[in-house]
Design a protein around this ligand. Structure first.
Ligand code: SF4
Length: 261
């Protein structure tokens, strides 16, 4: 990850249909949602009341969310190029914007080779409607060139190699691993995963980076693959940032509701 460009929240994934949720219109081609810079988990209160009679039950929560959410994006893995570039574009941007901009970019530069040969100014002109477009234009071209130069045009398949690419940090690398390769060797932590993990009482962290570390220490590895997908859906439609719908929450019985009034 570029140290000057941290982000944590891809919930957008190319190719996924917009899901019109019960709350708002937060669809977009989903996954890699607009990211947020590191900060306290929303609703997190170090001094907030935490019920002591709720024991973290990772399996029960994941099982229940799978029942409720149905098929996840993992049912159809996306092209690694799509996930890599769209996830970079999605930083601090809405799904709808990321979706539209990514499709425009891909229409003109359909693969890594083409994008690696693009002029940054041309990319910038195509993606200018998205936030931080200059930085992102430089970033996606640099990432494509690095994939060409270092990996012969194939998006790498290890977290270490991915994170050596420009503008790729743990979150982006995790999304590529999970959503492009179906590789559960990381838990991508975006703002939804960060917030919900803290509310559930699974972790008590102030940054997505720490949340990722803690989740990967605590959550059984066989639950990693679709945790991001499940929590992003849950965070968009039930466990909303400002007004979580606890009364309608299918996992309320396992939630400590940390920091939730
Ligand atoms: Fe979020 Fe409330 Fe559900 Fe806990 S009970 S996961 S705070 S919506």
């Amino acid at each position: 990850m570029s140290p000057a460009y941290k982000w944590y929240a891809p919930s957008f994934t190319p190719g996924r249909p917009v899901r019109q949720g019960a709350v708002g219109r937060l669809g977009g081609a989903r996954r890699a949602h607009g990211g947020r810079l590191a900060g306290p988990a929303q609703g997190f209160s170090a001094g907030g009341a935490m019920p002591t009679d709720v024991v973290p039950d990772y399996r029960a929560v994941v099982r229940r969310l799978r029942e409720v959410n149905g098929p996840t994006m993992l049912d159809g893995h996306s092209d690694p190029y799509d996930v890599l570039i769209a996830t970079i574009l999605s930083q601090r941007s809405r799904d709808e914007t990321t979706d539209r901009v990514f499709r425009a970019l891909k229409a003109r530069w359909p693969d890594v080779r083409a994008l690696s040969r693009a002029r940054v100014a041309d990319v910038d002109s195509v993606i200018h409607s998205i936030g931080f477009h200059r930085q992102k234009a430089r970033g996606v071209v640099a990432a494509a060139r690095a994939v060409m130069d270092r990996h012969g045009g194939a998006v790498p398949v290890t977290k270490e190699e991915l994170m050596a690419l420009p503008m790729v940090g743990p979150k982006t690398a995790g999304c590529v691993l999970v959503y492009a390769f179906g590789d559960a060797s990381a838990i991508p932590v975006d703002t939804h995963v960060h917030r919900i993990s803290n509310r559930l009482g699974w972790v008590r962290t102030r940054t997505p980076e720490r949340t990722e570390e803690e989740l990967e220490r605590r959550v059984p590895r066989d639950l990693w693959l679709d945790l991001n997908s499940l929590f992003v859906d849950h965070g968009k439609h039930v466990c909303l940032p400002r007004r979580p719908r606890c009364g309608q929450c299918p996992i309320a019985r396992w939630c400590k509701r940390v920091g939730v009034a």
